[in-house]
Design a protein around this ligand. Structure first.
Ligand code: BTN
Length: 251
């Protein structure tokens, strides 16, 4: 394991090519003891994995593709959403350094205006009621100039700022912020993180159109439950609560 250059304080393994940085890190964890917040990055993934069983496409060497491991044994299984909050805020606030208008689209996509710049896949290993290990796989579009995959509305940092960015600078900042928020979580500052997460949410003011199994409706985001369910209040004043995948935003 080699330390990453330029003052990067987390163990980091860089691969030119792997199937998936998350799979690679998970394999490493089964073979040896891996220090918390070790990072695996890759220029290219042959089987990059996305949410809902989708694949994750990325131009070779153009974007940040990485995974890191946490051992959040201080959290109960019911508190898994805390990890989404920590990582979403770390990515969103790093991107805020480069431009305006980033938000967290519940539960853990990062958007710039109406376009997706980052996706993440958190894979938690639960033992009983505890979270034994979390492998967080994060893909941030940094320097890609054109997107050809069917992914809806992708955007890269370069398309936003007009400038090419150094991948390792962005990685360093994201990891430092993950470290900071993770420490806050450990020291019981969950409510502070909740408030910050809520302020960072996509479309967190006014009424918008949503769709659930019953159809389309208009509602306002009024909160997030500690377990991560989205709380909406519709235009008739009725409160509705949704787990991930039970509701979608309409464009
Ligand atoms: C999504 O579908 O929004 C989640 C995408 C997560 C992609 C990243 S890229 C690095 C890491 N390795 C993977 O195989 N997936 C994640």
């Amino acid at each position: 394991m080699m330390p990453y250059p330029d003052g990067f304080s987390f163990p980091c393994i860089h691969m030119e090519e792997t199937d998936s940085t998350s799979l690679c890190l998970a394999r490493l964890c089964t073979e040896q003891e891996v220090r918390e917040m070790t990072v695996v990055t890759a220029d290219h993934q042959t089987a990059g994995r996305g949410q809902r069983g989708n694949s994750w496409e990325s131009g070779e060497g153009e974007n940040l593709l990485f995974s890191t491991v946490l051992y959040p044994t201080f959290l109960s299984a019911k508190e898994q959403f805390r990890l989404s909050q920590v990582i979403s805020l770390a990515v969103k606030e790093t991107l805020d350094v480069y431009a305006e208008d980033f938000s967290v689209k519940w539960p853990n996509d990062i958007f710039w205006k109406e376009k997706k710049i980052c996706g993440m896949l958190l894979e938690n290993d639960l033992t009983g009621i505890q979270i034994n290990r979390c492998i967080a796989g994060i893909g941030i579009n940094i320097n890609q100039e054109e997107f050809h995959s069917p992914a809806p509305n992708p955007v890269s940092l370069r398309q936003i700022t007009g400038k090419k960015e150094d991948l390792s600078d962005v990685l360093k900042q994201v990891m430092e912020r993950i470290g900071m928020y993770y420490e806050l979580l450990k020291s019981g500052k969950g409510e502070w993180i909740d408030a910050r997460y809520q302020r960072s949410l996509f479309r967190n003011t006014g009424f918008h159109d949503f769709q659930d199994q019953q159809g389309i409706f208009t509602a306002m985001v009024t909160g997030i439950e500690p377990g991560g369910r989205l709380i909406l209040t519709d235009d008739t004043g009725r409160e509705r609560r949704y787990a991930f995948k039970e509701v979608s935003y309409l464009y």
